[in-house]
Design a protein around this ligand. Structure first.
Ligand code: DSN
Length: 413
C-alpha cells in the first residue's frame, strides 16, 4: 500500500490500525467475518473506474466487455452454489436488496408479514423505524414466549387473518434453523409471495450446514459478507418467472450502476464457497456456536430458545443484573467484540437493551475450536461480573490478545 501511504498517511494509518485491531481482538459480531486476501484484492481493482448500468449484454454504456465477464461469472456461480434459477448480484447491500423485493411485488399500503424486530427480525422486515414499516402495512409474528422458538401455527393464523402480499422468513438474531417447507405451505394457503432473507445464514447454506430456502421461496435475498465471507454487498436469487420483476426493481427501480469491483469480489467469494474447505468452515461455525452456547449456559447465561443450531446466540442478561450495553462495553474493554441487542419481550430502550448477540463466523474463519470457545465463555462471565473494574478488564484483554496471537488472520496475514 505504498501509494496510499504516500498520498494519505492518515487513512493509511487508520487501515493499519484496523488491521492490528482485527488481529488482536476476538470478533464475535454475528454478522461479521474475515474475507480472504483474494477477495480483498478483487475489490481493490480498476473495476472501481467503471459505470455499467444495465445487465450483461444489455448495458446503457459502451466498453463493458470485462464488466460483463465479471458479472456473468458471479451470476453463474451464485446460481450453481444455491441451485437458483435466476440471480441478481447488483444490490449494494442487504437493505436495498430487501427494498427491491417490496418494489417488485407490493404497492405502498400493502400488507407484509415478518418477524418482530425485537424477536430477531430485521429493520427492513417492516419495522416502524424503516421505510418498509412507514410505507407498508407491516404486521409481525413473534417468538413463542415459553420456548423462544417460531410458532408456525401462529404464523399461519396471522397469515390467514392478514393475507399479506409478502410473507417474510429470515432474521438477524434468531438462533435456530427455519422450516422453509412450512413457510411455503403458509404462503400458498394465504396467497403470499414467500420472501426469505438468508443474509445471516447464507454461508451455512452454501456449506451444507443449514437447509437451503431457494427450492421453497419465490425470492431469496442475502448479503455477501456475513457467514458467506465475501465483500460488503448483496444478491437476490429467485424463480425464473420473477426474474424480470426483480431485475427491473434493482435497476432502474432503486439503483444506478452496479459496483463492479464489489461484484468481482463476490464472484471470488462464491468460488471459495464452492470448495470443500468451505463446507468444513460452515460445519465448524455451527459446532463452535453450540459449544459456546453450552459453556455460556453452564455459567448461568440465559440464551433465547435455550441454545443455538446456527452461527449465533442471543442472550438475555436480565438475570445477570447488567444491561446489554454495559456488558458489551465491558467485553470490548476485555478484547471481546460483540453487540448489545434487544431480546423478546424487551422492556428497555433499543439504545441500552437487555441483551447481547454474538456469533462464531469470524473466530471460526480464524481457526478457533472448542478450547477457545471455553475460554471465551469464561472471559465473558468474568467481564460481566467485573464490568466496572478496569484493571480486571485490562488483565482479560491481555489474555484475549495473547490467544489471538496464536491464530493467523485470513486476509491480513
Ligand atoms: N447489521 C446486520 C447485522 O448485524 O445483523 C443486519 O443488517
Amino acid at each position: 500500500m505504498n501509494a496510499l501511504l504516500k498520498t494519505d498517511p492518515e487513512i493509511f494509518n487508520l487501515v493499519k490500525s484496523e488491521e492490528a485491531y482485527q488481529k488482536r481482538t476476538i470478533r464475535l459480531i454475528a454478522s461479521e467475518n474475515y474475507t480472504s486476501k483474494a477477495v480483498l484484492d478483487a475489490c481493490g481493482t480498476v473495476f472501481q473506474n467503471k459505470y455499467s448500468e444495465g445487465y450483461p449484454g444489455a448495458r446503457y454504456y459502451q466498453g463493458q466487455v470485462n464488466c460483463d465477464g465479471v458479472e456473468r461469472l458471479a451470476i453463474e456461480r451464485a446460481k450453481a452454489l444455491f441451485g437458483a434459477e435466476h440471480a441478481n448480484v447488483q444490490p449494494y447491500s442487504g437493505s436495498p436488496a430487501n427494498l427491491a423485493i417490496y418494489l417488485a411485488f407490493a404497492k405502498p399500503g400493502d400488507t407484509v408479514l415478518g418477524l418482530n424486530l425485537s424477536h430477531g427480525g430485521h429493520l427492513t422486515h417492516g419495522s416502524k423505524a424503516s421505510a418498509t414499516g412507514k410505507w407498508f402495512n407491516a404486521v409481525h409474528y413473534s417468538l413463542d414466549p415459553v420456548t423462544g422458538l417460531l410458532n408456525y401455527d401462529e404464523i399461519r393464523r396471522m397469515a390467514l387473518e392478514h393475507k399479506p402480499k409478502l410473507l417474510i422468513a429470515g432474521h438477524s438474531a434468531y438462533p435456530r434453523q427455519l422450516d422453509f417447507a412450512k413457510f411455503r405451505e403458509i404462503a400458498d394457503e394465504c396467497g403470499a409471495i414467500l420472501f426469505v432473507d438468508m443474509a445471516h445464514f447464507a454461508g451455512l447454506v452454501a456449506g451444507g450446514a443449514h437447509p437451503n430456502p431457494v427450492p421453497f421461496a419465490d425470492v431469496v435475498t442475502t448479503t455477501t459478507h456475513k457467514t458467506l465471507r465475501g465483500p460488503r454487498g448483496a444478491m437476490i436469487l429467485c424463480k425464473e418467472k420473477h426474474a424480470k420483476a426483480i431485475d427491473k426493481a434493482v435497476f432502474p427501480g432503486l439503483q444506478g450502476g452496479p459496483h463492479n469491483a464489489t461484484t468481482a469480489g463476490i464472484a471470488v467469494a462464491l468460488k471459495e464457497a464452492m470448495q470443500p474447505e468451505f463446507k468444513e468452515y460452515a460445519r465448524k461455525t455451527v459446532e463452535n456456536a453450540k459449544t459456546l452456547a453450552a459453556e455460556l449456559t453452564k455459567r448461568g447465561f440465559s440464551l433465547v430458545s435455550g441454545g443455538t443450531d446456527n452461527h449465533l446466540m442471543l442472550i438475555d442478561l436480565t438475570n445477570k443484573n447488567i444491561s446489554g450495553k454495559e456488558a458489551a462495553v465491558a467485553m470490548e474493554n476485555a478484547g471481546l467484540i460483540l453487540n448489545y441487542n434487544t431480546v423478546p419481550g424487551e422492556t428497555r430502550k433499543a439504545s441500552d437493551p437487555s441483551g447481547i448477540r454474538l456469533g462464531t463466523p469470524s473466530v471460526t474463519s480464524r481457526g478457533f475450536g472448542a478450547d477457545e470457545m471455553r475460554k471465551i465463555a469464561e472471559w465473558m462471565e468474568l467481564a460481566c461480573s467485573h464490568s466496572q473494574d478496569n484493571g480486571k478488564l485490562e488483565a482479560i484483554a491481555k489474555e484475549t490478545s495473547a490467544l489471538c496471537e496464536r491464530f493467523a488472520v485470513p486476509g491480513i496475514e
